[in-house]
Design a protein around this ligand. Sequence first.
Ligand code: CA
Length: 130
Amino acid sequence: MNKPTILVVEDDSSVRSLITTTLKAHGDKFLTAANGEMAVMMASSHNPDIMLLDLGLPDIDGVEVIRRIREWSNLPIIVLSARSEDSDKIEALDQGADDYLTKPFSGQVLLSRIDNLLRSRTLLRLSLIH
Ligand code: CA
């Protein structure tokens, strides 16, 4: 199976480099965006396989990013949230996020969540074919 392309949306450069270092060590391909508008644009222009999305972005909220992307795409989305409030996660899931991780998280957990989500999407596609 080809390596998936992962779109990393995170405005905090230290968190962003932690994520990309993990992905790089795992041999994954990735793209990065540091704000919401860029994230929506890159999701449509680069057609990534999965998106890791920080909720607290400097321009538009991560939940708004999900809302806009869900108008035309079912791109798998994992929300990365520093917020511990359940309401933010619930809102993100309500808008169509597939999973979420609360910061701080380990690189291993991130990689296994990505694998899980991509595997379940693949199984879903196969079950739709048969
Ligand atoms: Ca942030």
